[in-house]
Design a protein around this ligand. Structure first.
Ligand code: DAT
Ligand code: MG
Length: 156
């Protein structure tokens, strides 16, 4: 299995509620590696690109308004099956449906204010990472814990 990279956003509600540390920790403590991280505010232009597949949906205008309303944190997380693994950690889209133990299940109660975004597949991950990070902003580095977090058997 390939080692994947995925885009995670800690949405404005997560930043405003002081949950950045908790949410980052949930990804970090799995052993996956943070290879990009920034605090930023989403512009309308970036929102339009990021959510282009949702433009015809009834919730689109509210979604863009929410996502551009205050700073968010963008992360690039790397690891075996990182895309699917991060989605699992996030839980179902609406917090009310998300299982206990997930970010949305543990930390949220809303439909739209659901704390996190995670790319939903390899194509989306590549496209979205390109929107949020310049190539030089994603780093390659080793950590002492890497050998105890995943090994060659996770790459098959
Ligand atoms: P996810 O974030 O789980 O990938 P999505 O891509 O289908 O979900 O939708 C993007 C965001 O839009 C989602 O995080 C919250 C919001 N959203 C989706 N469906 C909605 C709905 N029916 N009503 C209100 N907000 C919705
Ligand atoms: Mg999505």
């Amino acid at each position: 299995m390939a080692i994947e990279r995925t885009l995670i956003l800690i949405k404005p509600d997560g930043v405003q509620r002081g949950l950045v540390g908790d949410i980052v920790s949930r990804f970090e403590r799995t052993g996956m590696k943070i290879v990009g991280l920034k605090l930023m505010q989403m512009t309308n232009e970036l929102a339009a690109q990021h959510y282009k597949d949702h433009v015809s949906k009834g919730f689109y205008a509210g979604l863009v308004k929410f996502m551009t309303s205050a700073p968010l944190v963008a992360l690039c997380v790397e690891g075996p099956k990182a895309i699917e693994n991060c989605r699992k950690l996030m839980g179902k889209t609406f917090c009310t449906d998300a299982q206990a133990g997930t970010i949305r299940g543990d930390l949220g109660v809303s439909r739209g204010l659901n704390l996190v975004h995670g790319s939903d597949g390899p194509e989306a991950a590549a496209r979205e990472l390109g929107l949020f990070f310049k190539p030089g902003e994603l780093l390659e580095y080793s950590r002492a814990i890497d050998a105890w977090s995943w090994n060659d058997e996770d790459k098959v």
